[in-house]
Design a protein around this ligand. Structure first.
Ligand SMILES: C=C(O[C@@H]1C=C(C(=O)O)C=C[C@H]1O)C(=O)O
Length: 252
């Protein structure tokens, strides 16, 4: 996110993240479940090992400097080894500490993976772990952009929000920041993106064009309805959790 903070700009950023999420899921769906990547032999699974080590590398390269880029294992991450740019600080200083990554981790491995990968094992565990990391990163980034959404909404109606923040009225905050009509559009759009990005592109007019009429979903690389449900049940609720968590500390 840049310095220009308006609800329209932040929503555009969320829309762009949808592409990354859909593509990451499509890529992961090329591989079957590969359950061994999640149990492994040692105390840690390959998937966890991969994310921990990848985050160390990313941190050394200068990642995780922005409040929307939140590591899953923030403990003992090394500092950047190269110069980093100081991005303008548009959020409250505690913003970096707001994280729902534990919930994202649980949701991804226990709920989501079984929904969009086929049962099976093709032995490509390392590739699978790398694909999981890409999915987790895209989901986490989208959800933590909620910090900017919250900041803009607070700036638009400071009095209204301040009152609820002072009384710690979580439910009322949740209601105030919720826009059902926007959520419906988001669900429709991600479903459409899954349909468009996840179709098999061929040179024969017929086969590509006809897919629109099919309803099953199996001809797409990820099921479009699954995408819409993912947003409905997890992505948007978690984004709103981030918004509430950010707002509750906004006056500190
Ligand atoms: C992110 C926003 O806040 C809420 C969460 C939404 C989402 O996660 O997509 C959409 C609408 C709002 O209910 C927003 O208003 O854009």
């Amino acid at each position: 996110m840049g310095e220009e903070l308006s609800l329209a700009a932040v929503r555009d950023a969320l829309i762009r993240e949808e592409d990354s999420i859909v593509f990451a899921l499509i890529e992961r769906a090329r591989r079957p479940r590969n359950a061994l990547a999640y149990s492994g032999g040692g105390a840690r699974s390959l998937a966890e090992f991969f994310v921990r080590e990848a985050e160390v590398l990313h941190a050394k390269a200068g990642h995780y400097q922005k409040p929307e880029d939140v590591p899953f294992f923030p403990q003992d991450l090394p500092p950047p080894l190269f110069p980093t740019k100081d991005f303008p600080k548009v959020l409250h200083s505690f913003a970096s500490a707001v994280s729902v990554n534990d919930a994202i981790w649980k949701m991804y491995f226990s709920e989501l993976l079984p929904l969009f990968t086929l049962d099976g094992d093709d032995g490509n565990y390392a590739e699978t772990a790398a694909l999981d990391f890409a999915c987790l990163k895209a989901l986490s980034r989208r959800i933590h952009i909620g910090k900017y959404v919250a900041e803009v909404k607070f700036k638009y109606s400071p009095q209204e929000y301040s009152l609820l923040i002072r009384t710690k009225d979580t439910n009322a905050l949740m209601n105030l920041l919720t826009f059902k009509a926007v959520e419906e559009k988001v669900k429709k759009r991600v479903e459409k993106k899954a349909r468009i990005f996840g179709q098999n592109v061929t040179l024969e007019e017929d086969s590509a064009g006809k897919q629109e009429g099919n309803t099953g979903g199996s001809e797409y690389k990820v099921n479009p309805e699954m995408l819409s449900n993912l947003y409905d049940q997890w992505v948007m609720p978690l984004t709103k959790d981030v918004e509430v968590e950010y707002l509750l500390r906004r006056l500190d």
